[in-house]
Design a protein around this ligand. Structure first.
Ligand SMILES: *Cc1c(COP(=O)(O)O)cnc(C)c1O
Length: 469
């Protein structure tokens, strides 16, 4: 399998060639030149597979230049009971007939990003070792991404992580998760500024091509193809767990921000998984809900801070992968839309035949929720289903209850555990969320971080010093 750019300006490359990179050189996103297809008989044969077996079947179809024995070993040591709390890896619970919750948050940092990031850490180490290379990852986080990346890369040979976070702005739990790591290849930089300032510093450094190549700077943000592909696996897993007869349709509701998670659902559908609808759930930052309702994609000036902070986005970077398929994989048409986006801040498909295809052919639908909806849904889930859900998952459950149709089988993706967002849970339920085993003393462990001025040059200097140390 070869990889190309959505904007047509990259010669075909292999999986291991694109794994360590971010954007394609022409500014587009990397996509496979075709989707491997799975027929129903093959799917039937996967029914008894363990999570690692299923992951191997799917990922090996995309990572064709990694020898099968190596890939199998990497997958087997990633998806373990030890890392994810059970052999199921992504356990599924029936909330009521026709409505299921897919548990994706049992990895080391208690958010769904671990499922992909843990694999990425092992793949990075393997590819770097094969090539005798090193990488220095620079990222910005408001909470979930940074901790998932650090727990995936800690102690890995050839990898250093420099994670920028806004000083004093993360939840105490998230701060403790990151700052209590003592691995010598992990550097936490608390920037005197907001999350946007951290992101701007990362952008400034990434735009310095000389610095980037000299110091082998890389990223693990949500556009990384390896992350997307690892997420495809659990759509198959959930499907096999809930359908009575292979071929019946299942719909998914996905709490969404950068469109990475649900993009994996779209890919599963393109591979032939019988998915009915893919329902995007947003919070007040509803740029995606607006797009799927109206066909008008309008990037916001800035994201509003909400009580489901990991979905606070002003634009959805992975959407470009879906639009590429929507326009019939026509890179010129895609590039034209993104030029319009750069010039005017958006594009409008409402008057085109693409708009009807979004739901009729690709099954997309959407909904949104507010802080009040989240609080009500956390209360409802406790009363009706006897479970405590986090604010992001609540956005999904709210939209699932509102949008589901009679007879439809719906799977709602759980994206984090409630303990990460204690204050919202206390607001909704009047009591703190349950703490998983092993996390009871997290906030009292010693913390290690370096405070930094809001200045890209100072961050660069820190990186250089750490590399030369
Ligand atoms: C990252 C994240 C999301 C959004 O996922 P995308 O792939 O960006 O759409 C939702 N919920 C939680 C808890 C997250 O950490």
């Amino acid at each position: 399998m070869q990889y190309i750019s959505t904007r047509g300006g990259m010669p075909p490359k292999s999986f291991t060639d694109i794994l360590l990179g971010g954007l394609a050189p022409d500014g587009g996103l990397v996509v496979p030149d075709r989707y491997p297809t799975i027929d129903l008989a093959t799917l039937e044969g996967w029914r008894g597979h363990t999570y690692p077996q299923l992951a191997f079947e799917i990922i090996s179809r995309f990572a064709t230049d990694i020898p099968a024995a190596d890939l199998g070993r990497i997958i087997d040591c990633t998806y373990t009971r030890q890392a994810f709390g059970s052999d199921d890896i992504t356990p599924i619970t029936e909330l009521e007939p026709g409505l299921h919750l897919l548990g994706l948050s049992n990895g080391p940092t208690l958010a769904f990003k671990d499922v992909a990031m843990q694999l990425l850490g092992n793949l990075f180490e393997y590819v770097l070792e094969q090539r005798g290379e090193q990488i220095n990852i620079i990222g910005a986080t408001s909470g979930d991404t940074g901790s998932a990346a650090e727990y995936a890369m800690r102690g890995k040979h050839g990898v250093r992580v420099f994670m920028l976070s806004p000083h004093g702005k993360m939840s105490p739990f998230q701060r403790a998760q990151m700052f209590s790591l003592t691995d010598s290849n992990i550097y936490n930089l608390a920037v005197e500024g907001m999350f946007d300032d951290c992101q701007d510093i990362v952008k400034t450094i990434s735009a310095d091509a000389g610095f980037k190549s000299r110091y082998k700077i890389g990223a693990v943000n949500s556009i990384n193809w390896g992350r997307v592909v690892a997420q495809v696996v659990y759509y198959f897993r959930a499907y096999l767990a809930v359908v009575k007869r292979i071929g019946d349709k299942v719909s998914f509701v996905v709490p969404s921000g950068n469109f990475g998670n649900i993009c994996a659902g779209h890919i599963a559908r393109q591979m032939g998984l019988p998915i009915g609808r893919l329902i995007v759930a947003t919070n007040e930052n509803d740029v995606l809900d607006e797009f799927f309702r109206t066909g008008h994609y309008k990037v916001r000036q800035e994201a509003k801070p909400t009580s489901s902070p990991s979905m606070d986005i002003s634009k959805a970077s992975n959407l470009e992968r879906f639009i590429f398929d929507l326009v019939g994989r026509d890179a010129n048409e895609l590039a034209r839309l993104w030029r319009e986006l750069d010039q005017t801040g958006g594009f409008d498909l409402s008057q085109t035949h693409y708009f009807d295809k979004m739901d009729e052919h690709y099954g997309f639908d959407s909904g949104r929720s507010t802080h009040e909806d989240r609080i009500n849904t956390i209360q409802l889930a406790k009363q009706r289903f006897g479970i405590v859900i986090d604010p992001h998952t609540a956005d999904g459950v709210k939209v699932a209850l509102e949008r589901r149709q009679a007879g439809e089988t719906v799977v709602c993706l759980e994206t984090a555990l409630p303990v990460k967002f204690e204050s919202t849970i206390i607001e909704a339920l009047g009591e703190a969320p349950p703490r998983p085993a092993g996390f009871d003393t997290l906030e009292s462990q010693p913390q290690r971080f370096t405070q930094m001025p809001n200045d890209a040059e100072a961050v660069k200097q820190f990186v250089v010093n750490a590399i030369n140390a």
